[in-house]
Design a protein around this ligand. Structure first.
Ligand code: ADE
Ligand code: ZN
Length: 319
């Protein structure tokens, strides 16, 4: 039976969406030993730092335009099968550079995958270029410059992911100025592993319309009030937060309290196989474990589409 709820996702990292079976096939093709990061059909890591290393190791298994096309089409096809009508994927040109593919071919492969999925299953997709914070401010600025001059109509947003504990938001503000000047939508990972002050800095220095995670805003009432006042949308990824031990279990997750405080929130999968989840699973958990009603869940889907980095004509067709 197909899942009846329409879904939308605005926070998923493309390399983080690689199914373990695909990573194993890539490793075999390129003769890479990945026994340290895949065990018993699961990605293996023990904390946030190890997760980021595992992510980079999996990314290094995708080496050609065709590899990225396959990864992207595979992910989007799975999303569409779960009744997902809109997706934004977070992509990092640095990962293309690091493997020697180059940012242009990396993006070309991802765009091929998007077009193939659209053709096959009709899913609408946009690209958010990200800088990785732990690669340093110069690389994040280079990613913003790349996004700004790429002239690719599928690239509609700019993000910063990676290790939130590295440096200060101020060190990265210039990257967001470049992206803003280019007309890109802005979002930034904050308030995930670091506390509400990280969200406060992001609001002060980046002025994003969305925050990646942002769940630890709940620790500071003034930050929550700012999110409400500015209608900032939190891209919440509950399964990711539990897997990374930000919260002990779904009963302690602040999604319900954020919504009750008037913060605009939506559901996302982040890096689904790394956290043994999927967008469909996040929706299912929100209903069955976190107790959200169908109306509340549909409201979160609507929020994702309202906050999407997409042209108004497409938005109104999706709403
Ligand atoms: N890159 C991929 N997943 C991430 C996460 N949950 N936080 C920060 N950077 C990431
Ligand atoms: Zn993320």
């Amino acid at each position: 039976m197909t899942d009846p709820l329409l879904k939308a996702e605005i926070h998923c990292h493309i390399e983080g969406a690689a199914p373990v079976s695909l990573a194993l096939a890539q490793a075999e093709m390129y003769r890479v030993d990945i026994s340290k990061i895949v065990k018993d059909g699961r990605y293996v890591w023990s904390d946030f730092s190890e997760f980021l290393l595992c992510y980079d190791a999996v990314a290094s298994l995708f080496r050609t335009e065709a590899d990225y096309a396959l990864l992207t089409e595979t992910y989007l096809t799975e999303l569409a099968a779960a009744n997902t009508i809109y997706s934004e994927i977070i992509v990092s040109p640095d990962h293309g550079d690091r493997i020697g593919l180059g940012a242009d071919a990396y993006l070309a492969g991802i765009c091929d995958g998007i077009h193939a999925a659209r053709e096959k299953v009709g899913i609408e997709t946009r690209i958010i270029v990200t800088g990785e914070r732990h690669f340093g401010p110069e690389r994040v600025i280079a990613a913003a410059e790349y996004a700004a001059r790429a002239g690719n109509s599928l690239i509609t947003g700019f993000n910063m992911a990676g290790d939130e504990r590295m440096g200060k938001v101020a060190d990265y503000a210039r990257a967001f100025d470049i992206a803003r000047d280019a007309g890109l939508g802005l979002t930034i990972h904050a308030g995930e592993v670091c506390d509400a002050s990280s969200v406060q800095d992001a609001l002060d220095l980046v002025r994003p319309s969305r925050i990646g995670h942002g769940v630890r805003s709940i620790e500071n009432q003034a930050v929550v009030e700012r999110l409400v006042e500015h209608s900032t949308v939190l891209e919440v990824c509950p399964g990711s937060n539990i897997a990374l031990s930000i919260y002990a279990d779904f009963g302690h997750h602040p999604l319900r309290d954020l919504m009750a405080a008037g913060v605009r929130v939506c559901l996302n999968s982040d890096d689904p196989p790394f956290f043994r989840t999927s967008l469909a699973q996040e929706y299912e958990t929100a209903a069955a474990v976190m107790g959200f009603s169908e109306d509340e869940i549909n409201g979160m889907t609507r929020t994702a589409i309202e906050a999407a980095f997409v042209d108004e004509e497409t938005r109104s067709r999706l709403l």
